[in-house]
Design a protein around this ligand. Structure first.
Ligand SMILES: Cc1ncc(COP(=O)(O)O)c(C=O)c1O
Length: 432
């Protein structure tokens, strides 16, 4: 059956709230490419939304999954245990920054890990308040959604949300929340955040703050190191837990294993997912042992969390990250991607900002006169790229940012091929 045929069946059978960006059905995927049911090949700069950091169907991951299937598919770690849960916990604990001992709990999706991190923080501190940031995205379950900024379409009609979640400005330098000039910036936004928390919310009422060191869905916005270090200091002063949401930015994408490492900050809790399972659903909370060790058995968990097959994939993902220096590859490739995007920015005033750490690069489209977000141009470029066989996705509260999410292992030839297709799409849309 062709794409049209599947599309007709999809429209009848699949819930309307489930979105799909492109009208194609994929038949198979390999490396940097996916192939649809009609045999069209697409260079994939979305990677299952930042999941396929090692490319599609990496042979080592596929064979680890196949071997795992011959052993255990599922028992639930909450009943009879399996060694892999312990092994991957040890691997992850050793990778996360912080001078303290760490423990790990596994879940299935990013939102579920966020949800648990928030619960853990409330129980440990005995305080209710959660601070999240403008442009932040943490998932679609109630706790995670309450901490998420973007209203449309994620939150419309789904309220009320969980209480005591407060959103404060982030350090979105291109659209500075305190309108200071970058050249003279003293991170005034940090003062503003601190005074909102102390004066309006009450620091003694706050359990945790949750932040993406480089915001993902919000528009690929890296938080400056001074901002994160200032928040860390504030958290320590007020017994507030610092939660780093590394679900999109972690595992090498920003040129370091974790995006928080660019700032030198050690988080109390870190949440990870996406690339961790090599394409299988797996997420984790990694945190200070003194926080996690004292929790009552059974107070957190899930039937499938830390599924043995997903953990077999994760073990290989984490090994390959180290063996092949995936963060280093991302840093190198990112430099090259950024230099291409900066050339386009110099040429077109519609590309207002090119930003991001390592290979986590976003291009923000604006109306040149007033720098207001230009969603239509961004969408047109994504569509033009699609017609050239390149898959790209958007980000930003106004959907006006193109985010580049190629595999971190992409060859230079395919990276060039992708950027040439994108350049041709931009030329086509912006010169018209
Ligand atoms: C930073 C961040 N946190 C949380 C989530 C939610 O993850 P999931 O979609 O696996 O629930 C996402 C998903 O895009 C994310 O980017």
């Amino acid at each position: 059956m062709n794409n049209q045929g599947w599309l007709r069946r999809r429209q009848i059978a699949v819930a309307g709230g489930i979105n799909s960006a492109f009208p194609v059905f994929v038949d198979r995927a390999e490396g940097n490419w996916v192939v649809d049911v009609e045999g069209h090949r697409y260079l994939d700069f979305i990677g299952g939304i930042g999941v396929q950091s090692l490319g599609h169907n990496r042979p080592e991951i596929v064979s680890a999954i196949q071997d795992a299937l011959d052993g255990i598919i599922h028992t639930s770690f909450h009943t009879v245990m399996y060694p892999r849960y312990v092994e991957v916990s040890e691997q992850l604990a050793a990778l996360v920054p912080g001078p303290w001992e760490k423990q790990v709990a596994f879940f299935n999706s990013g939102a579920e890990a966020v949800e648990n991190a928030l619960k853990i923080a409330r129980q440990y501190t005995g305080k209710p308040g959660i601070i999240s940031f403008n442009q932040g995205f943490h998932g679609r379950t109630y706790g995670a959604l309450s901490a998420t900024d973007k209203t449309n379409p994620y939150k419309v009609g789904f309220g009320p949300f969980i209480p005591d979640v407060y959103r404060v400005p982030s350090a979105y330098c291109y659209r500075c929340p305190v309108a200071v000039n970058r050249a003279t910036c003293q991170i005034e936004c940090l003062d503003m955040v601190q005074s909102v928390i102390t004066e309006e919310i009450g620091a003694d009422q706050v359990a945790a703050l949750i932040i993406e060191p480089e915001q993902g869905e919000g528009g690929f916005i890296p938080m400056p190191g001074e901002f994160l270090r200032g928040l860390r200091h504030f958290c320590t002063q007020h017994q507030i837990l610092f939660i780093a949401d590394e679900i999109q930015a972690g595992l090498g994408r920003t040129g370091k294993m974790w995006s928080i490492e660019h700032s030198g900050v050690a988080p109390d809790l870190l949440v990870t997912a996406k690339a961790l399972g090599g394409g299988l659903p797996l997420s984790a909370v990694v945190g200070r042992r003194d926080i996690l060790a004292g929790m009552a058995p059974g107070s957190i968990g899930s039937t499938y969390g830390g599924n043995p097959v997903a953990l077999a994939a994760a073990k290989v993902v984490l090994n390959l990250m180290a063996q092949e220096d995936i963060p280093g590859q991302a840093a190198q490739m990112g430099n090259w991607l950024r230099s291409r995007a900066l050339e386009w920015q110099a040429q077109y005033p519609q590309i207002g900002d090119v930003r991001g750490l390592g290979a986590m690069i976003g291009l923000e489209f604006v109306h040149p006169g007033n720098l207001e977000p230009d969603r239509a141009t961004c969408q047109a470029v994504i569509q033009a790229a699609f017609h050239r066989g390149l898959l790209l996705t958007k980000a930003g509260l106004a959907d006006n940012v193109i985010r580049l999410l190629p595999p971190l292992t992409i060859s230079r030839a395919d990276a060039e091929d992708g950027m040439n297709r994108l350049e041709s799409a931009i030329n086509d849309v912006l010169v018209r």
